[in-house]
Design a protein around this ligand. Structure first.
Ligand code: GLP
Length: 240
């Protein structure tokens, strides 16, 4: 694992955006695995800046997002589809048809999981961006006795509902279920870029990167991947 600790969030964002820029410039039809949450917001802002400064074009890029809430439409401002449009897609030249998220409104959830997983299998990501939940989850793969390999519907843990309630009017409005890529879907990516910020995640960063590989800390399975880069701010990396 290549672990890098940055003094400021801005330096981290610049470094991450440069990884994407270099990849896309070398491979204009790159497949990007993307993530939501507060962690990648600054990285997307730098990617948009790079696009506006003519340093990169997303016209040939295809994207697959990790997850989406069940039951939210893309125009719901809490859906991950909405987030991606707000933070990245609507500001760059990527054609909408080349952007993919699980469909939160799909009529048949099992069929939607199969459809999404088949697409990932056909177009494995060149790079998969990941954030980290406080309980060690990646995407919405929650700590458990066992984990699912492929895209599936998950019941969100109470702690995840609480963590994500800050984005909703009240905790009751947080959807109880989500589509998520499985750990196997994530590990298919050629390279993984895990980004973590904040002192409240220092403990789980240490467990995930240096503790035993266990389904109780889903991110610990990243230790089995041959090409993982971890970008941390000083606070998140303070226990390493
Ligand atoms: C959410 C998302 C994850 C994200 C994590 C951390 O539940 N499903 O993909 O990485 O929580 O979010 P944040 O970056 O806001 O701390």
């Amino acid at each position: 694992m290549d672990i890098r600790i940055f003094e400021t969030s801005e330096e981290l964002d610049l470094y991450a955006a440069e990884i994407f820029r270099k990849l896309i410039n070398e491979k204009p039809n790159a497949v990007l695995g993307l993530a939501t949450g507060s962690t990648p917001v600054g990285i997307y802002a730098k990617m948009v800046e790079d696009y506006k400064n003519n340093k990169v074009s997303f016209s040939g890029v295809t994207t697959y997002n990790l997850d989406e809430y069940v039951g939210l439409t893309p125009d719901n401002d809490q859906s991950y589809a909405y987030y991606m449009n707000q933070n990245l897609f609507s500001h760059v030249d990527i054609p909408a048809i080349q952007t993919n998220l699980p469909d939160g409104m799909a009529e048949d959830p099992q069929e939607e999981c199969r459809r999404y997983e088949a697409m990932i299998n056909e177009h494995p990501a060149d790079i998969q961006l990941l954030g980290l939940g406080h309980n060690g989850h990646i995407a919405f793969n929650e700590p458990d006795e066992h984990l699912s390999a492929g895209t599936h519907v998950v019941k969100l843990k109470e702690e995840t509902l609480e963590a994500n309630a800050r984005f909703f009017a009240s905790i009751d409005e947080v959807p109880k279920e989500a589509y998520t890529m499985g750990i196997g879907s994530i590990l298919k990516a050629n390279t993984i870029l895990l980004v973590v910020r904040g002192s409240d995640k220092a403990n789980i960063v240490k467990e995930a990167l240096t503790g035993p590989i266990t389904t109780k800390v889903p991110a610990s399975l990243l230790q089995t991947h041959p090409r993982v880069t971890v970008l941390l701010d000083r606070e998140a990396g303070r226990m390493l």
